[in-house]
Ligand binder design. Structure first.
Ligand SMILES: Cc1cc2nc3c(=O)[nH]c(=O)nc-3n(C[C@H](O)[C@H](O)[C@H](O)COP(=O)(O)OP(=O)(O)OC[C@H]3O[C@@H](n4cnc5c(N)ncnc54)[C@H](O)[C@@H]3O)c2cc1C
Length: 358
């Protein structure tokens, strides 16, 4: 009898695991979305209409033998998965790959693609009419969004507000200085060490002019704002013996083999893991390779592989031709190289191949 595997979540890590296991196990991939959403390109998809459709890839041709179940895990315990539909799965192995939520437009909450695209298009219309844009949060999302807005509408005033004293903590000073230099060149205003005294009166992404006071004194006026902070792992479904692995911040403890502690057959990967490393699609992909190797080793015999968290790395485009990249191995890479790595094509070729739509 073939080994059965349930992969919960069809994002960057889950699709890689499902695809790789498809040839030698019976895979069920559980995913509530109609299509895979390439969130790495979501901010380009907001500002550039040509990119909106390119964020969505149908799951239909991902697996040859296995199946994709459009459902979501309501509860997962040691012995199986209860889906929202009521169906119960009891696979030999479970892979938790449910990722994290993030405020729109960085992540798109709608499960059906037509509604998601309509939301992106409507928000772009609002954004197009706004002269002054406020971004709350100077993390990678806020900075990348500022670059995307300036690339399409250089005349718009873009202000980023963040209570932290500096951008991108954990990265070398010369990398952070290079990003700041490019933001200055683009005319992006960075207000650090401060925050709004109260939330804006409008909904994020809704055009409505407002003035808000800053905790440092002074005020900021904008026609539209976006929230660029507040990622949260999807792990509320952990139940029974698995619930103990869930930490206060919602992340899941994992062993070096990427199993839940004390569990032989339940793996977790990607953004949900409580590992001290960047929450990146690249990292979720690295985790996926280890999980696949370990499921294979458990089935066929052999040594289990371990994952060691890597050093900080980032490829941060500021529009299609700007930005900078940092890895320990390469040091800082310039705007032209960052454009080659991500900014010019947003890494779509890998997904065209994975989802067989090229
Ligand atoms: C704007 C932006 C730009 C980024 N740029 C980069 C970049 O350039 N490079 C990079 O490496 N990373 C980048 N990232 C980070 C990257 O997107 C995440 O690290 C990555 O998505 C994590 O992959 P994952 O497989 O853990 O989860 P996800 O890709 O988040 O996938 C999780 C999936 O699980 C599903 N799910 C959730 N709950 C359930 C449930 N209960 N049952 C079933 N399914 C469920 C979700 O619908 C989703 O499809 C970026 C992120 C953003 C927001």
């Amino acid at each position: 009898m073939t080994t059965t595997v349930a992969v919960i979540g069809g994002g960057y890590g889950g699709t890689t695991v499902a695809k790789e296991l498809d040839s030698f196990t019976d895979v069920v991939l559980v995913e509530p979305r109609e299509d895979f959403v390439h969130h790495v390109a979501a901010l380009r998809g907001l500002v550039d209409p040509e990119w909106t459709d390119r964020l969505f890839y149908p799951y239909t041709r991902l697996l040859e033998r296995g199946r994709v179940l459009r459902d979501h895990a309501a509860s997962v315990d040691q012995s199986g998965i209860t889906l929202a539909s009521g169906e119960r799965l009891t696979p030999d192995y479970t892979v938790l790959a449910t990722g994290s939520a993030y405020p729109f437009p960085a992540k798109i909450d709608f499960r059906d693609s037509a509604t998601a695209k309509a939301k992106i298009r409507a928000t772009r219309e609002e954004l197009a009419g706004a002269e002054k844009v406020l971004l709350l949060g100077a993390g990678p999302v806020g900075l990348e969004l500022a670059g995307e807005i300036k690339a399409v509408w250089p005349e718009k005033a873009v202000t980023i507000v963040d209570p932290a004293e500096g951008i991108l903590p954990g990265f070398p000073d010369d990398f952070r200085a290079e990003i700041r230099r490019q933001l200055d060149e683009l005319g992006v205003e960075l207000l650090l060490g401060t925050s709004l005294t109260e939330s804006p009166v409008s909904e994020p992404g809704q055009a409505k002019t407002f003035t808000a006071a800053l905790t440092s004194g002074g005020e900021v006026t904008a026609d539209l704002w976006f929230q660029c902070f507040g990622g949260a792992p999807h792990t509320a479904y952990l139940d029974g013996d698995l619930a103990a692995a869930r930490q206060a911040n919602g992340q899941v403890a994992v062993t070096a083999e990427l199993r839940l502690p004390g569990q032989e057959r339940v793996f977790a990967l990607g953004d949900i893991t409580a590992l001290p490393e960047g929450k990146l699609a690249k990292v979720a992909g690295d985790h996926a390779e280890v999980v696949v190797a370990n499921i294979r080793a458990l089935i066929e015999g052999g040594e289990l592989r371990t994952h060691t968290p890597g050093a900080p790395m980032i490829s941060l485009p500021l529009g299609p031709s700007g930005g900078a990249t940092y890895t320990v191995e390469t040091g800082i890479l310039d705007a032209a190289t960052t454009s080659e790595i991500k900014g010019s094509h947003m890494m779509v070729s890998r997904f065209e191949e994975l989802f067989n739509v090229a």
